[in-house]
Design a protein around this ligand. Structure first.
Ligand code: G6P
Length: 600
């Protein structure tokens, strides 16, 4: 989703703005632009397409401003075009702004402005904000901003510059992320931490309805009613190296290879003498709950499907795993006896955040499983557990998924312990061995690359699995379609004969996962049914399973069945990666997708 950068300081603003936008590319975008406050006024340069198009356009300018704002746009209102790109300015170019989010009442505001004689250059909802600022400006930019914020509905992260008050940038947020950083010679702002890391690790997180005024050597924060407030500075625990490619061809590959380390990080200090330690949750009385919801989107939902099954098995509490966009509109039955767990890498996904707020309003106790420190979901939930995956840049989630699985398994066993339920200690011991097994699986990359050749010219593939393996194939299919654009559907293997088998014909490829001992043999017989109809099969199973006549069988190391979900993710991620590479796809930035979906 849109990325924002802002610089107010003593050095040139443009290098910061561009490097920041570059670091935010992973969020997904279709156009880019900047506004610089130059000696002779505001200069805005913007265009459709990639950042390199903007950089080419910028080579015709010499921009020396020390104050500026930048934006990468992911179209919501109006097609990707030069005119719809941000920043947007008023007619006489005295005020310019960038906006991330959606102004829900923009139509009525636009009508109102048209009646007042304003005209619009773009089809965007954002342009109403700058024209409203123009309308309300009466010698005090902060007062005008406050007035505008009281008129707009929806979500926003805003950065505003003006020639009227050429020493400052005003920023504001509601339901869209915005982080402010302190640099030696400046104050800066951005949608996400990676944009700041090259310059600073000292940041302030804005809450909804808060505003800040950035000056060269000063920053002031304000509450929704414009009253000055104090905010604490946070120090980010990782540095810029964590957000670089480290010689890997793509972030996705780098992040796949980071998994042994980040799984270790996520486990660190959380298992002591056979006990799971999640001190962040020590105040929760788990005996008060009669139901547990897991709510998430995309990959995080697949991790939730797995985590919820594990919790149900070990605690016997009824669980429901659901996607956030359904939960929020389906009037879920939630009360003070409900535990609701929200899983989100970014901690900013609009649907997950709305679902969290709904669950809180209905009286649930909420836990966030997040990866980004200080993210909105992590701050809004009653309790938070962090995965330690570090910054995930590739749009397709890999290391966030496996660390979510690890943390959700730990959580399930933690709850069981707190409820005095006897748990499988072998599994707890085995968790520590998972990073080594992941390394072992990574070493077989050539095998997965050879499977990718089977998919290169296919239009469709079919993934099948049962029980926990079903969550794994859902994620495997999602990964493949996201990055390689090969259509991939995942089915519960037992449902094959109720429809999907009609699609199988000579040359179809079926990817099967059969790692759960109580049900693996059933999946393996489903495979035979597809082979009989001409399918070529890739089977991921565990040592000891009896398999006959399957062309490509890969044996995963044998660990407790629950932990297989973590291991099986590795070949499936690499299969998707290599298929995308063979097909020449933009692996890290797949078309139409955004890393962080901050609008509904
Ligand atoms: C987007 C991303 C997915 C991600 C999903 C949920 O669709 O492209 O990779 O799984 O959002 O994101 P979250 O940050 O909430 O985990």
């Amino acid at each position: 989703m849109c990325g924002i950068t802002a610089y107010c300081g003593n050095d040139l603003a443009l290098p910061f703005l561009l490097q920041g936008l570059n670091k935010l590319e992973y969020r997904g975008y279709d156009s880019a632009g900047v506004t610089l406050l130059e000696d002779d006024g505001l200069v805005t340069v913007k265009c459709r397409g990639r950042l390199k198009n903007l950089e080419e356009k910028l080579s015709d300018y010499t921009l020396k401003g020390h104050i500026g704002i930048g934006h990468t746009r992911w179209a919501t209102h109006g097609v990707p075009s030069n005119l719809n790109s941000h920043p947007h300015s008023n007619d006489d170019e005295t005020i310019s702004l960038v906006h991330n989010g959606i102004i829900e009442n923009y139509r009525e505001l636009k009508e109102e402005l048209l009646e007042k004689g304003y005209h619009f250059q773009s089809e965007t909802d954002s342009e109403v904000v700058v024209l409203l600022l123009d309308y309300y400006y009466d010698g005090d930019l902060f007062a005008a901003t406050k007035k505008v914020l009281s008129r707009i509905e929806g979500s926003y992260a805003l950065c505003i510059v003006s020639t009227f008050e050429p020493d400052k940038i005003i920023v504001a947020r509601k339901d869209s992320p915005l982080v402010v950083g302190k640099v030696s010679n400046a104050y800066v702002a951005a949608s996400d931490i990676p944009a700041l890391l090259e310059y600073t690790k000292d940041v302030y997180f804005l809450n909804d309805y808060e505003m800040a005024v950035l000056e060269k050597d000063n920053i002031h924060f304000y509450s929704h009613d414009g009253k000055p407030i104090e905010k604490d500075m946070n120090t980010i625990p990782y540095d810029i190296e964590a957000a670089k490619k480290d010689g890997y061809e793509h972030f996705m590959l780098k992040e796949i290879y980071e998994q042994p380390r980040v799984i270790n990080e996520t486990l660190r200090g959380r298992i002591v003498n056979d006990k799971i330690i999640l001190d962040e949750l020590k105040d929760i009385d788990f005996s008060q709950f009669n139901k547990v919801y897991y709510v998430a989107c995309g990959t995080a939902y697949h991790a939730s499907l797995c985590g919820s099954q594990v919790l149900e098995r070990v605690t016997k509490l009824p669980v429901i795993a659901t996607v956030a966009s359904e939960f929020r509109y389906n009037d879920p039955i939630v009360d003070e006896h409900t535990l609701a767990i929200f899983v989100s890498q970014s901690g900013e996904t609009a649907d997950t955040l709305a679902a969290l707020r709904l669950a809180k309003a209905k009286g649930a106790t909420t836990i966030a499983i997040a990866n980004v420190l200080g993210s909105t979901i992590s701050r809004d939930a009653h309790y938070v557990l962090y995965t330690c995956a570090g910054p995930e840049i590739a749009v397709a989630s890999t290391k966030a998924y496996t660390t979510q699985l690890v943390l959700l398994i730990l959580l399930a066993y933690y709850v069981a312990q707190k409820l005095n339920i006897e748990v499988n200690l072998q599994l707890i011991h085995e968790l520590d061995t998972i990073p080594d097994y992941v390394n072992q699986l990574l070493a077989d990359h050539d095998i997965y690359a050879s499977w990718a050749k089977m998919l290169e010219n296919l239009h469709d593939t079919y993934f099948i699995g049962r029980s926990l393996d079903y969550a794994s194939v859902l994620e495997g299919a999602l990964k493949l379609k996201e990055v390689s654009y090969v259509h991939a559907d995942a089915y519960v293997a037992g449902e094959l004969k109720h429809g999907p088998i009609a699609l199988i014909e000579p040359g179809s490829v079926v990817i099967a996962v059969a790692t759960q001992p109580h049900i693996a043999a059933k999946t393996i017989s489903n495979i035979q049914e597809t082979i009989a109809r001409g399918a070529r099969v890739i089977l991921l199973t565990t040592e000891g399973q009896e398999v006959k006549n399957v062309e490509n069988t890969y044996y995963l190391p044998k660990v407790s069945p629950t932990l297989q979900s973590i291991l099986v993710a590795i070949p499936l991620q690499l299969l998707a990666y290599y298929t995308a590479c063979i097909k020449g796809c933009d692996v890290d930035k797949p078309r139409n997708l955004a890393k962080s979906v901050t609008v509904e």
